[in-house]
Design a protein around this ligand. Sequence first.
Ligand code: HEM
Ligand SMILES: [Cu+2]
Length: 582
Amino acid sequence: MANGDTFADAYPTQARHIRAAFWASFLSLGVGAFFGLIQALHRTDILRVIESQTYYTVLTAHGVFLVISFTIFFLVGVFQWAVTDSLERPPVDMRFTWGWYGLMSLGASLTAFAILAGFTDSIDVSADVLFTFYAPLQAHPLFYVGLVVFVVGTWLAGADWFRSWLAWKGDNPGERIPLPTFMVLTTMIMWYISSIGVAVAILAFILPWSLELTGSLNPTLTRTLFWYFGHPVVYFWLLPAYLLWYILLPKLAGGRLFSDPLARVVFILFVLLSTPVGIHHQYLDPGISEGFKFIAMTNTMFLLLPSLLTAFTIIASMEHGARQRGGEGYFNWLTALPWRDPAFTGMALAGMIFAFGGFTGIVNAGMNINYLVHNTLWVPGHIHTQVGTAAALTFMAGAYWLVPQLTGNRLVGRSVALVQVVLWFVGIVFMTNSMYRGGLVGMPRRTAEPQYEGFEYEVAAGSVGELNAQLAVGGTLLFVSAMLFLALMVLTAFNGGTEPIDDGSIPPALSGPEDSPAVLDNLKLWVAIAAVLVVIAYSFPLASIVSRGGLFGPDIGPIPVAIDAASTVARTALEAVAAVVR
Ligand code: HEM
Ligand SMILES: [Cu+2]
């Protein structure tokens, strides 16, 4: 792309497509944030505009609109931008590109309809199954059909990017894959490997069951298939944020990415490690033996590595940028960073919150301390620091830079945008502080009316009233922040006849791709290793679940398999003894 051009100048048709993806994303953010506010005020009994019976409908809408629609529409937009910009070529066939966007929109609309219809009695459709949607909760078939169509749309999007890359490779034999495209391709590999699990769960078991074609199913099996996908999907939300941290943040800081090879290693590690860990969401599930849970725990702890490498690379890049801008000293360079730029500040704050979420993630991952926080408000606390801020705030901040590039218009209200990102930060600190602490004293999640009356309820510090107030205040600030963001985006879209402040060019890394071993670009090799790891982690647990519960259920009791074997031996022995005695 020529210097001084925006993306919209260079690729007008593609920019229109990416804008369409962003609008779908932003619309979902607005709807999801609205439901978030309702929940925050309802469960703290500050304002109840819905019946408590409707709480699950709201919670399902909140979860699905935000973690499926908002995040994934945004990420396909970013990925399309990253691939086109870094390969310097448009998609091979734009009709195909619009095709997958159309499928995703259709799927999202069907699912949204199934959820929202739950608010009225006049249509006999509902989907109060939460964003985890596994059995025994059951939704109207439309909900699952929509999800499948949506996911197939993302698969085709990935195919589109692989196709662009192959076309580029034909013209540039022997060259290293440009880093942004490398990140997109590896993320999609991870997505293919993991989303196949949820596709099987829905198509083979949940959908036929909700259509009443099959009378029963094996709940442990669908839960396990769900979490097989349910953990990697969190990296699907996170890796686009990583992409922006690696590609955009160093530039915004005034410098260059510290190390391209390290970035490649991080993405490969995610391909290898994100899938064989899902059982860490099932520590309290009966029917999966402790040993498999232990393996999942060890694998999970390895995932710290790419996160720590990322923290190192990003901070080193920011320091480099600050020193280019005249920053000095051990810590004083921090003051030389462009803190008035909402895109930079938003991403930096999101990164800080992510570190916090990482520490609490270690708590969740530990088999023993997980028992303390399981299904308490601690878990939404963790969710909101990670996808709800590390990803969401990075996306919003990124949009402050990307949307001007995609429209050719100048961002409206830069200083309001700065207030917006800081407001999100303050809101999330309040809300998650309350959620974490509430969780530690046992407040449940997913509960419309948690009651703390009629018995002694000691909180280590503060009071239940104070925790509730923090949750409500934090949630309200978040809602206001989201609305500000949407307003600025709409105004910017209509701010024609202006030009973005920044040109769209991305500076090369300090240590470029030539410094990284060529094997990192051997995608087939990594797919093969990832597949082996998945087979090792999942074949035995799945076999044991199916052998005891049957493919279509009914599932049986809470007996760990290790004990199963022992008890069979013991029973046989006892029967033998009994026979002899008789
Ligand atoms: C306006 C901002 C937001 C507010 C006020 C808000 C509020 C809440 C509250 C109070 C809960 C807990 C409900 C309960 O367990 O009883 C919750 C759950 C959740 N939130 Fe948010 N949230 C916001 C933004 C977000 C964002 C940006 C995301 C993700 C991108 C997100 C994802 C989730 C998820 C996945 C859950 C768990 C849903 C479940 O348990 O099924 N939230 N939110
Ligand atoms: Cu997980």
